[in-house]
Design a protein around this ligand. Structure first.
Ligand code: FES
Length: 428
């Protein structure tokens, strides 16, 4: 399950591990001049039976079919742990579709990782829940699209809600700490109270209310997904009240939606600081969205040692530190808190990843964010039948929106994708 709403390392409980003493780790091929990649996200596959219109996978995922072998993933995990990685997320696509997941969990456990399975629960069975526990899996995050079966299935593009509920209960029954993650957007923000009550009923240990962040498929569908300020204000008040009420019983993480803010998020806690993601084909990225940035060649683990990728590759050094910053970031007194915001968002909204994240109202391009909010509000004001359709994430729509096809976000691209969406729905 792609981390659709996340732009920080996934919100998980503190690991009981601290970085292992160097003497206990496999030898690193070189001394690291950087802080280690504490958080490793292993995107095992882009395959997924669901079609969420806010998926954070790249829009052209269908063009990236190659997947690392089991032996290659084992080597990546070993190298990452040698560098000091502590937290490991198995993600996707849907990681449960990989037949070798149990083997990879066991390998990670042997290395001493604190491992998390980030799943839609599709393909999960009670037998797998038990087997993964025996293999050493520490934690499971189950995603829901809504607390309402009909809306959840509609957003997921598949009959999935009942199975998710059954698997979430199995996860609890077998003693895992469980994160219940619900991606929040215009169509479910008004149900936030119900969603929190649902998480309580499911005995979640953590609830992540992950407001959609606009990358990948969410960017394609932004005008349909972006909530209104009124929705957010009401939802925030409810979330904060429950955070107080549930103290000591269930932790609630509320991911702030930044389009309505005036200061940018400290995306990924800074580029190349603690977070390393490996895409299914072995491309190493400082965040799941970086693949879209032009002008950077992201190295592959099949071609370079992980330590070189993290410490020395030009792509991982491109936005480290402050040397790349322009005004207003270069002299901003807040630059050490937010690092100029999100590089991917700066690129997607301004066309240049070195610009300030335009969410910041000190950015001369802040107006593009205001315009996106206005566009979404105009869309929401239309009668239901006149609104543009949500474009589901599936191989057909991916091909329709891929480079070489119409430019993403244009009317032609949306029309092509809508045709793909209709065809995919007819196939089901
Ligand atoms: Fe923020 Fe890539 S998603 S830097």
């Amino acid at each position: 399950m792609a981390t659709a709403g996340s732009v920080s390392p996934p919100q998980l409980p503190e690991s009981p591990l601290s970085p292992a003493p160097q003497s206990q780790l496999p030898r690193s091929p070189r001394q690291s001049p950087q802080s280690p990649p504490l958080w490793l996200l292993a995107e095992l596959t882009y395959a997924c039976p669901l079609q969420c219109a806010y998926c954070s996978n790249p829009v052209d995922f269908a063009a990236h079919r190659a997947e690392l072998s089991t032996a290659e993933w084992r080597r990546v995990l070993t190298e990452a742990r040698a560098m000091g990685a502590v937290q490991l997320g198995f993600s996707g696509g849907e990681p449960v579709t990989r037949a070798d997941l149990g083997e990879l969990i066991a390998h990670a456990s042997g290395l001493g990782f604190y491992s998390n399975l980030i799943t839609s629960a599709m393909g999960l069975t009670e037998e797998k829940v038990i087997a993964f526990k025996e293999a050493g899996l520490n934690h499971i995050q189950v995603s829901f699209q809504s607390s309402r079966a009909d809306l959840s299935d509609r957003i997921a593009g598949a009959d999935s809600f009942r199975h998710k509920v059954a698997m979430a209960r199995a996860v609890k029954r077998h003693g895992y700490p469980m994160v219940l993650c619900c991606v929040m957007h215009r169509d479910n923000f008004d149900h936030i109270e119900e969603i929190i009550e649902f998480a309580i009923e499911m005995e979640a240990d953590y609830l992540e209310l992950a407001t959609v962040q606009y990358y990948g498929w969410a960017m394609v569908n932004r005008a349909r997904l972006l909530p209104s300020r009124a929705q957010l204000e009401r939802a925030e008040a409810i979330a904060h009240a429950y955070q107080e009420k549930m103290k000591g019983r269930m932790r609630i993480f509320y991911v702030v939606p930044d389009y309505h803010e005036t200061r940018p998020k400290a995306c990924m806690n800074g580029w190349g600081k603690i977070f390393l993601t490996i895409a299914p084909d072995g491309t190493a990225l400082p965040c799941h969205a970086a693949r879209e940035l032009p002008g950077l060649t992201f190295p592959r683990v099949t071609e370079h040692p992980l330590a070189w990728i993290w410490n020395d590759s030009p792509a991982f050094n491109a936005f480290r530190g402050e040397g790349w910053m322009r005004e207003p970031c270069a002299t901003c007194p807040e630059r050490q808190q937010d690092f100029g915001g999100c590089r991917c968002q700066a690129y997607l909204l301004t066309g240049d990843a070195s610009n300030a994240d335009p969410v910041c109202d000190r950015s001369p391009l802040h107006e593009v964010v205001r315009a996106a909010v206005a566009e979404a509000e105009a869309e929401a004001a239309l009668p239901e039948g006149a609104r543009r359709p949500l474009i589901p994430r599936n191989p057909r729509t991916s091909k329709a929106l891929a480079p070489g096809g119409p430019a993403p976000g244009t009317a032609a691209a949306l029309a092509a994708a809508a045709t793909g969406a209709a065809a995919a729905s007819a196939d089901r």
